[in-house]
Design a protein around this ligand. Structure first.
Ligand code: FAD
Length: 437
């Protein structure tokens, strides 16, 4: 029987291979990747740069022996150059190869911004482990760094550079940090933290030029000249859909591959796509959205695997929970921000509160700030910042949003209490109190 062919071995593709193998010990599985490494999230790279994770090799979920042991034919450094849907085949290394099921998991592509001097030595992107290794090497001799972008990875890299003793300037083209994740009042907490550690943060201006004879020596931002011997550009990701487009597969309005909730293509029921390259429905707006997140990539992989093995699974509309750890601060968000809610035609109301993560009498409590957003009584978004206790609450809020929880229903939540891990009145309750006021 023609086998399962997977293009891409990031978290999405590699997880499809593992889940299918768990369900079916006999199906032939071939996993192609043009990279050298397998099954990791590029966002983990900043934690090797910070030294929290000791080696880039540790980022892979499984070592190469795992794939051999599971009879998954892993082909690294091998690019698939075409898909022929009509003939159920792909072209790889100039040869035609038939598939029974095909999974497109080609992830994200990186826009190279048109900045004069972008090709100077000392300028890096953050796409792969290979990039991470080059940056780690360059950090050894760097005195002044510039990081361009405003997403969680940009901020995590900035924090890694500062803690490594490198003078760092963050240049965010957007008016505030973490747009799409936080409201401006919440990002101020994160910006203040980075600045308190010595980072210079410029918002609302893109990098103008990168200058130096061969190696970068300084960059310009507006009229400002900033010395830099290391520049890292971390923005500009989009779904990597070139191969799918060439094959006549439908690309949606967000630029991602259009899939049904079963993650199948309309064009062929034996072709699936998952991960950073697809567009899915948003739970609140019901509009197409990109969900370029590690967690959703793995969840989509589970759906694909189930269906490849004859099941009837669906990927439910996304709420996109995200957590980042920036200079010791856990920054979490889920659902819509106020801006995104207004863009979707909603009128958000908010409850925002500050509290502590532990009982007032228990040592070591951290400040925590929570913001809950509602529209027409329904919870539509949440943002939390603290040194502890963020991820678990964001996960719970993710479920609440997906369940259509209303403000009235949240009032009935019973929260547990023990002095070392919580305050007797939880921060979410305080945020609801603020909403009612
Ligand atoms: C800079 C950055 C920051 C991120 N930050 C976050 C974050 O804060 N939180 C979060 O949850 N997620 C984050 N992510 C996203 C997360 O890492 C991905 O969504 C997740 O890893 C799933 O990716 P994927 O498997 O779809 O694709 P990727 O990990 O991009 O893998 C794509 C795979 O496709 C292969 N490929 C592509 N084209 C071909 C071809 N023609 N032939 C063969 N192989 C091909 C590549 O070699 C690679 O193996 C970030 C990603 C990036 C790049």
């Amino acid at each position: 029987m023609p086998e399962l062919v997977i293009i891409g071995s990031g978290l999405a593709g590699a997880s499809v291979a593992s889940y299918v193998r768990e369900k079916d010990p006999n199906i032939g599985i071939t996993l192609f990747t043009k990279d050298q490494y397998v099954a990791y999230s590029p966002r983990d790279i900043s934690f090797v740069l910070s030294g929290d994770i000791t080696s880039f090799e540790d980022l892979m979920m499984h070592d190469f022996a795992y794939y051999k042991d599971k009879s998954i034919d892993l082909r690294t450094n091998t690019e698939v150059t075409a898909i022929d849907i009509e003939n159920n085949s792909i072209i790889v290394e100039g040869e035609k190869r038939a598939y029974g099921h095909l999974v497109i998991a080609t992830g994200v592509a990186h826009d190279i911004p048109q900045i004069p001097g972008i090709d100077k030595n000392g300028v890096f992107f953050i796409k792969s482990i290979e990039d991470g290794k080059k940056i780690k090497e360059a950090m050894k001799n760097a005195t002044n760094a510039v990081v361009a972008g405003a997403d969680p990875t940009t901020l995590e890299i900035t924090s890694a550079l500062i803690t490594s003793g490198i003078n760092t300037t963050m240049v965010a083209p957007s008016p505030y940090l973490l747009p799409g994740y936080l409201d401006p009042d919440m990002t101020t907490i994160v910006q203040n933290k980075l600045e308190s550690l010595g980072a210079k943060v410029i918002t609302g201006s893109p990098l103008g030029s990168i200058n130096g004879p061969e190696h970068v020596e300084f960059v310009t931002v507006g009229k400002e000249i900033i010395p830099a011997d290391l520049v890292i550009i971390s923005h500009g990701t989009k779904p990597n859909v070139g191969l799918a487009k060439q094959a006549g597969i439908k690309i949606g309005e967000t630029g991602g591959i259009q899939v049904a909730p079963s993650m199948r293509m309309a064009k062929s029921a034996s072709v699936y796509a998952a991960g950073g390259c697809v567009e899915v429905a948003h739970h609140i707006t019901a509009r197409p959205t990109l969900s370029m997140l590690g967690g959703t990539a793995v969840q989509q992989a589970r759906v694909v695997a189930e269906n490849v093995c004859g099941g009837d699974a669906i990927f439910a509309p996304a709420v996109n929970p995200v957590v980042s750890v920036i200079a010791g601060l856990q920054v979490g968000s889920v659902g819509l921000t106020s801006y995104a809610a207004k863009q979707a035609g909603l009128v958000p109301t908010e409850g925002k509160a500050h509290g502590l993560t532990r009982a007032h009498c228990y040592p070591g409590g951290k400040k925590i700030c929570a913001k809950l957003l509602f529209a027409e009584e329904r919870l539509i978004g949440a943002q939390l910042i603290s040194e502890e206790g963020v991820k678990e609450r964001i996960d719970a809020l993710s479920f609440m949003i997906k369940s259509g929880a209303t403000c009235g229903q949240l009032r009935h939540i019973e929260t547990c209490y023990a002095p070392p891990v919580s305050s007797v009145v939880d921060i979410l309750t305080l945020a609801l109190d603020a909403l009612e006021r």
